[in-house]
Design a protein around this ligand. Structure first.
Ligand SMILES: [Zn+2]
Length: 166
């Protein structure tokens, strides 16, 4: 356990410990993009408009925190790494879904047409209470969750699956 992890583990409040790991604007946005399948440094950078050093720092912290794992791949004869969600990182999906609902409700009043919607891909209905579809009357697994963000031209069909590892 790193010094930082040991320090974090000593904090009694789990919200406080979680804030240590994800309580940063860039970190949340990296996780958002990872949820829809972004894995490569260049793709995170292009999507976020983030400086290289900050992106490196935040990806490193997410790896240290066990939310992302580095997976090697070959490209142009070189080995590079991509960043994939671990089960712990993937477990933040309901948190981001809740942030999307909260953000839509409280951060841009008067812009309902641009609202992000968290949908059940199977029936097309909106999920309003956690990861449960009232229409289908069942919990919704992540691969059936679809983020609809009308300001984007293309949206992946489903949320990315986690990988094991660390
Ligand atoms: Zn449904």
């Amino acid at each position: 356990m790193s010094g930082r992890a040991a320090e974090r583990a000593a904090v009694p409040c789990p919200i406080g410990r979680a804030a240590e790991v994800v309580g940063d604007r860039w970190t949340l946005l990296i996780l958002r993009d990872a949820m829809v399948g972004v894995t490569r440094f260049d793709a995170f950078r292009a999507g976020l408009g983030i400086a290289d050093n900050i992106l490196s720092n935040r990806l490193g912290r997410l790896v240290d925190g066990g939310l992302l794992t580095k997976v090697p791949y070959r490209e142009g004869g070189r080995t590079r790494h991509e960043y994939r969600l671990t089960p712990a990182g993937a477990d933040l999906l309901p948190v981001l879904d809740a942030l999307a609902v909260w953000g839509g409700r409280h951060t841009a009043p008067g812009r309902p047409a641009e609202a992000m919607r968290v949908l059940h891909a199977v029936c097309g209905r909106e999920l309003t209470a956690g990861e449960y579809c009232g229409h289908c009357a069942r919990p919704v697994p992540r691969e059936e969750i679809h983020w609809l963000r009308p300001w984007r031209s293309a949206e992946p069909r489903a949320i990315a699956a986690p990988v094991n590892g660390g």
